[in-house]
Design a protein around this ligand. Sequence first.
Ligand SMILES: Cc1cc2nc3c(=O)[nH]c(=O)nc-3n(C[C@H](O)[C@H](O)[C@H](O)COP(=O)(O)O)c2cc1C
Length: 272
Amino acid sequence: MDNNDPRKAVIVVALVAVVCSSLVSAAVVLLRPMHLNNQLLERSRNIMQLTGLIEPGQTREDANMLALFKNLDVRMVDIDNGAFDESIDPNTFDQRRAAGDPRFGVAVPADQDLAKLGTRSRFAPVYLVWDGSELRRIILPIRGAGMWSMLYGYLALEADMNTVAAASFYEQTETPGLGDQITRSDWLAKWRGRKVFDDLGDPVFAVGPGRIAPDSPAALHRVDALTGATITGDAVTSLLHYWLGPHGFQPLLNQLREQPPTQAATVTTGNS
Ligand SMILES: Cc1cc2nc3c(=O)[nH]c(=O)nc-3n(C[C@H](O)[C@H](O)[C@H](O)COP(=O)(O)O)c2cc1C
């Protein structure tokens, strides 16, 4: 074919396109296991920080972190009735995708949708942390709309199902220096020891208003507001009220308070 033949240019362009798209597809397929492994590692880091089994901020080798994480007692909860459900594998269940899946998604009634979710998954993985045969903590996944973005985090409660042991926000895109202060470890450390429920069992934990004097009665249930981030702080309050309320984990927490769980036979614990 003559070099000046326009068909030659079309064929060359088509060949280059096919080769490039094949390379991209192959890279996606080949890198997927690595991507999934990184996701698992990231999740294990986030959750292990809340267990109390490793020192705050302490890093571990990847393999060690994964081993500790895989040893946690993770259970699927049917949020609607607060019962554990063993028919679903918590290690493969995708809670985010489930929220939009007709088989697993539940519409959140507008008058209860404090976290502005629209729908949520009926099932969620929760992590039980044991100290010998004693339950030490429970770690709950939480999320809700902030000023600009969905805020994803975890809340760890002591075995009384009321006292905050730790909290984290591991994914959000609020404004740097303003809303993203919710990820500050010094601020999150102040949550520790706060009670999330009042004497009537209603969720009352709140961010602000203003600075909360540590020895004031308000400090029982409240943490300092974040300067320049009242909107995101209020969103954190609202999402916690949702997840600790009757449409969230309240049925589970009530049940566990009345009937403490027993350790799964396969789980071992330790501070290794
Ligand atoms: C560009 C821009 C981005 C902002 N991002 C946030 C944010 O991510 N979270 C937030 O709570 N407030 C944000 N604000 C500030 C809010 O509009 C509001 O002023 C603030 O939440 C009030 O907090 P304060 O009562 O501590 O002043 C932003 C403001 C501007 C102009």
